[in-house]
Design a protein around this ligand. Structure first.
Ligand code: IPD
Ligand code: CA
Ligand code: CA
Length: 280
């Protein structure tokens, strides 16, 4: 059996666990100020680990609920085979019963992403990709949108859990880009946002403060669907780099330009409410 099939089986089994536990009372713990973990995250992770280890016992696995800071640092520059797993991407949504969450499984070999699978247990949609072979929704090949101008684009973003304690909380970019495109959504699941870019449902997505398991599978899927993925400065995307800009390719430069402007602080000053607001 090949790796993509193993990833699919693991994602489907884990997805069934999550679906089964949705809307039940969860034991919720806090990992940080706003960062939740439920028993569903842990059960899903156990299931995925078991399936991957039974087929590839020599491989390394970096999975959110068992990962340590040291482990992330070690894996960042390491060669070899590494599975990168988010057993439940969108835990806050899940804990509230909001059907926007996913299972995300990727395989990296010698630093290159080679397999990516994202499953949405609520809709049953599975989006998958193997490097060099395109991206698929089930059996159907998918492609990014053809939206050519940022002003016509629908984008998504997200905010770090520690947003009240860091200046890098993305609120500046959110305001700036909200003025420049059709609308900005905040889905609460990075991997779903990435697959929506690949499916052409969104034209772009950016976020910072991310972990490798949020973006590994989804970033490969976007690239294989014909989109562009980079860091905030347009540099080569690295799943360990904590930031991502993913677009249909056509609006990539415009999004990067807006992000650069957001950082300069000038952008917000330019967008003060106009006369319409002043009279109210
Ligand atoms: C989170 C989600 C969210 C993003 C956060 C992630 P989790 O993952 O992807 O959309 O804004 O940065 O940590 O904690 O639900 O697995
Ligand atoms: Ca996540
Ligand atoms: Ca998670």
């Amino acid at each position: 059996m090949d790796e993509i099939s193993v990833a699919m089986i693991a994602a489907r089994e884990a997805g069934a666990i999550l679906k089964d536990r949705l809307d039940r009372i969860h034991s919720i713990e806090f990992k940080g100020e706003r960062d939740l973990v439920t028993e569903a995250d842990r059960l899903s992770e156990k299931c995925i680990r078991r399936i991957i280890m039974s087929k590839y016992p020599q491989d390394a696995i970096l999975s959110e609920e068992t990962a340590t800071r040291e482990e992330i640092g070690t894996f960042a520059g390491q060669r070899g085979r590494l599975w990168i797993v988010d057993p439940l991407d969108g835990t806050t949504n899940f804990a509230h019963g909001l059907r926007l969450f996913a299972v995300s499984i990727a395989l990296m070999v010698d630093g290159d992403l080679v397999v990516g699978v994202v499953l949405d247990p609520s809709s049953g949609e599975v989006v998958s990709s193997e490097a060099g072979h395109g991206a698929y929704l089930g059996e159907r090949r998918i492609r990014v949108s053809g939206t050519a101008r940022l002003e016509d684009g629908l984008l998504a973003t997200g905010f770090p859990y520690n947003l009240s304690r860091t200046r890098d909380n993305n609120l500046d970019h959110f305001v700036n880009l909200s003025f420049r495109c059709q609308a900005v959504r905040r889905l609460g699941s990075a991997s779903l946002a990435l697959t929506y870019v690949a499916l052409g449902r969104l034209d772009g997505y950016w976020e910072l403060g991310l972990s490798p398991w949020d973006v590994a599978a989804g970033s490969l899927i976007v690239t294989e669907a014909g989109g562009s993925v980079s860091d905030f400065r347009g540099g080569i995307f690295n799943p360990f780099g904590r930031q991502v800009v993913a677009t249909n390719g056509l609006i990539h430069e415009e999004v990067l330009g807006a992000l650069a402007e957001g950082r300069s602080g000038k952008a917000l000053a330019r967008f003060q409410p106009g006369p319409f607001f002043d009279q109210s």
